[in-house]
Design a protein around this ligand. Structure first.
Ligand SMILES: Cc1cc2nc3c(=O)[nH]c(=O)nc-3n(C[C@H](O)[C@H](O)[C@H](O)COP(=O)(O)OP(=O)(O)OC[C@H]3O[C@@H](n4cnc5c(N)ncnc54)[C@H](O)[C@@H]3O)c2cc1C
Length: 426
């Protein structure tokens, strides 16, 4: 305020006092509030883009080390040779064109009290609101013998990039008649149906190129998302090629020897593979832990009405890193959470009523290029917990006709295009 500023009215004074208590509100009203978003994947890019759509004058910075984000979603099509690598990549040009500052660096520290964030390039930014969507990290060593070094021999391929390409190269180099084994963790982990879709699409590839090969799934649980649909689809398209072992049937792996591509199960059985894919147990991306937001589970507890971290009200944690069960950890969930958080932050900064906390998840899985299945759910915050709206659950029917499965496969492709446009603007 300058000396020539006219005396404040009672209303302006009250607004000003409120603003003093909430500096972000004051700065938003003067057009200089700063929201920093960490992570340019499904959650973070959506939050940044939707914040801009809601608040044209807001200062928004997106921190993401990679020049392009490659999605895990649809990466199994890449493994199967049904999609090329670049079709999974999304640049940040459209976000920059919306006047979002995109900084290619990693966030290395967060001070939630001083509201600062330190980046790997040495910059320190001051924020009014922080959104973290760093995805997952592997819990190295939780499964005996499986650490970062071991993943060079037995890739997890559960973060898209070099790991996905390594797994594809191994699958393509595998001789016909070989065994592809996958180690599947207990929940919670990123993309509950992902391992089963991956098995199906690798089977599609084997059927065409390496028909004598087999797929062994060693699972640490008995139940999984869309299980009856997967079992039916696997059988219909690939006969007995996929051998799924549940927790109760010798599925739990307790030790990995990645160099020898061997695993040992709780029952003491030893399985040898030609290509070994170990989907390790996971936790929230490292920066969430560094910011002091995770609990003993390794994930970030949040208030479901706006995904504010329970530990820090001005830090919103969305996507896989958050604990939002029964919402699954999916790109669709992260996108839905990113939209809601953008609406909640802009409402708060503008002094408006908070949006109704309703979220959606739609998950398509391809069992073959012309065989799709899906599940959809609606979730809402109630009494500070997240609940699924029972009447809104939708799942593909069993025993559907081929035209129905083919239509769902097409809807899946359309879903990927639509969510990519909504997230990265391309
Ligand atoms: C095989 C597979 C198939 C899948 N298929 C589907 C599907 O069909 N549909 C679906 O909805 N979901 C699918 N998913 C799940 C989906 O990929 C994730 O749920 C989604 O990516 C979560 O979004 P996110 O924003 O939490 O994390 P991500 O999309 O992983 O984004 C995290 C970003 O944060 C960045 N980052 C991490 N740490 C830092 C840091 N310190 N500083 C700055 N940036 C950082 C990373 O570089 C990354 O770009 C699949 C997953 C897998 C593994």
């Amino acid at each position: 305020m300058t000396e020539s500023t006219p005396p404040l009215s009672r209303r302006a004074l009250l607004t000003g006092l409120g603003a003093l208590a909430m500096p972000g509100v004051a700065r938003a009203q003067h057009g200089s509030a700063h929201v920093v978003v960490v992570g340019g994947g499904f959650g973070g890019a959506t939050a940044a883009r939707h914040l801009r759509l809601q608040m044209p004058g807001l200062r928004i910075t997106l921190i993401e080390p990679a020049a392009r984000h490659y999605t895990c979603a649809f990466s199994s099509l890449y493994l199967a040779g049904l999609r090329d690598w670049e079709s999974l990549g999304h640049g940040f040009e459209a976000l920059r064109a919306m006047d979002i500052a995109v900084v290619h660096a990693a966030a290395v520290d967060v001070d939630a009290v001083a509201r600062t964030i330190t980046l790997s390039d040495g910059q320190r930014l001051v924020w009014d609101k922080l959104v973290l969507s760093p995805g997952v990290d592997m819990r190295w060593g939780e499964l005996e013998g499986y650490d970062a070094q071991a993943s060079m021999y037995a890739p997890h391929a559960w973060s898209a990039g070099a790991q996905t390409r390594l797994l594809r190269d191994q699958l393509h180099a595998m001789p016909d008649g070989g065994t592809f084994a996958m180690v599947i963790p207990a929940t919670p982990y990123r993309c509950p149906p992902g391992p089963y879709e991956r098995a199906a699409l690798v089977a599609h590839y084997f059927r065409a190129r390496k028909p004598k090969s087999r797929i062994l799934l060693l699972d640490a649980k008995n139940e999984f998302s869309k299980k009856p649909l997967f079992l039916q689809g696997w059988k219909a398209l690939y006969g007995d090629m996929i051998d799924w072992r549940s927790l109760d049937h010798d599925g739990q792996v307790v030790r990995v020897d990645a160099r020898r591509r061997e695993v040992e199960t709780a029952a003491g059985a030893l399985h040898r593979a030609d290509v070994l894919n170990v989907i390790a147990p996971q936790k929230a991306g490292w920066i969430a832990e560094r910011a002091g937001l995770t609990d003993a589970s390794g994930w970030v507890p949040v208030h479901p009405e706006n995904f504010a971290a329970r530990q820090q009200a001005h830090v919103h944690v969305i996507g896989d890193a958050s604990q939002a069960a029964p919402m699954p950890k999916s790109g669709a969930s992260a996108n839905s959470q990113g939209r809601l958080v953008a609406a909640a932050i802009s409402a708060e900064l503008l002094g408006q009523e908070a949006p109704q906390a309703v979220y959606t998840n739609t998950c398509y899985s391809l069992i073959g290029p012309e065989y799709g299945i899906s599940v959809a759910g609606v979730y809402r915050a109630k009494n500070d917990t997240m609940e699924e709206v029972p009447a809104a659950v939708g799942i593909s029917p069993l025993d559907a006709q081929p035209w129905f499965r083919a239509a769902e496969a097409r809807y899946g492709t359309a879903w990927y295009q639509a969510i990519s446009a909504d997230t990265w603007g391309n």
